[in-house]
Design a protein around this ligand. Sequence first.
Ligand code: NAD
Length: 480
Amino acid sequence: MKPLLIGGERRVTSHAAPDVNPSDISDVVDEFAQAGVAEAQDAVAAAAGAAPVWGRATPLRRHDLLKAVGDEVTARRDELGELLSREEGKTRPEGVAEATRAGQIFDFFAGEAMRAGGETLASTRPGVEIEITREPVGVVGIIAPWNFPLAIPAWKIAPALAFGNAVVFKPAELVPASAWALADIIDRAAKATGAPDGVFNLLIGRGGVVGQAMLEADHVDAVTFTGSVETGRRVGEACMRRQRRAQLEMGGKNPLVVLDDADMETALRAAIDGAFYATGQRCTASSRLIVTEGVYSRFVEELAARVRALKVDHALKDGTEIGPVVDETQLERNLKWVERARAEGGALRAGGERLKRETEGYFMAPALFADTVNRMSINREEVFGPVASVIRARDYGEALEIANDTPFGLSAGICTTSLKHASHFRRNAEAGMVMVNLATAGVDPHAPFGGRKGSSYGPREQGAYAREFYTSVKTAYTAP
Ligand code: NAD
């Protein structure tokens, strides 16, 4: 049984839960100790004890911890990527790319720890000095989803520690092995670099139990959450009641607009990558493909042929392009979406059924719907699986209107060779991230990440912008 990590100690509990490989359900990755309310309270208390010590640590000490973590993650990226793929189901190259990115994120924030500074302002009063500094927030609770088991924890844990906060990390139930591997690396790096016990704690367990207990515990100063809209709202409300800082990253229904003047190969690649890679289980997935009339038929024909040719199989098999869906519940939900889209009048042009492979897993043929309209529920709600739909638009103006007609606003893409349309789209797409001639998914580790409308709440994640959430501003006035 793999333990929890509380106050620098590894702790087992009386309950353990198995972690099952979605590519092969006979393969149990490991058993993981399950935290309950008591462990959540202990973890928060341990973090509260460590926070003032870590908050006073020199930038170099924080840098050294993050650098040590980044170096180990990077050196072990093949092994960590394989473990990630085994428990979550993305393909091995996708798993290794994610592990590599996690290493880059720790490296970036090792540098940010050294660069953290303040500013001075001239006062309106003679002789008075104004100094603006940033202090740690204190204890940061981190609640993460299963779809990026290393990268999302990395982009929350690394800035939290870089800016002097202590962390309680609650990963998603389905991906404890990646969480444990990362926690073990951080714990050893913390001990090797002299960080206080309790600076980083890991709670594995059910969201409704241990996540909830963490939200209710005293001494949590901020909570950063990534996951579904429903849970996000609950987390936000719990934080609001206690006047805690909250950052919520939630769902998406991201549009990819393809104009008549688009380079067809670029558009097809962006659509395949954005809609179906990582089994479509990305908050930035291009689930609405909005195509103008002149290229509509050709785009649908060529895309459907490519979707049908995608190789769906065991995540760790060479040549697999699409791994399994993460679990049975999500697969059943996806299949219900296929039925619903059909019932609403969508024309199924590829896939949409459960697949059998050599191993017993949650395999699904990527589904492509054509001739859908934006008011259909398939185009309003997030599916979070390998399902995309095509919507016809008269021209660029109507395509933009459709793209923005959604409760979400995470990422939006356009494929065009027109500078005029690309520039107009960049300025007028109602989304936190805009992609031109690129898939809506796929972002850099040093650039701000986040959305608008129903997709996000609070300041941006990643890059230099991350410090907004993880620091508290202090303004000091000094008279001579
Ligand atoms: P989820 O909301 O079911 O779970 C997210 C996390 O919340 C898990 O760790 C879970 O254990 C925890 N949780 C559940 N109930 C809780 C409660 N009552 N109190 C505290 N914590 C609780 O989401 P998921 O299925 O793991 O992830 C898929 C969702 O994540 C999709 O909607 C996807 O769009 C979203 N997502 C968003 C982004 C983004 O940056 N916008 C990135 C990745 C995934």
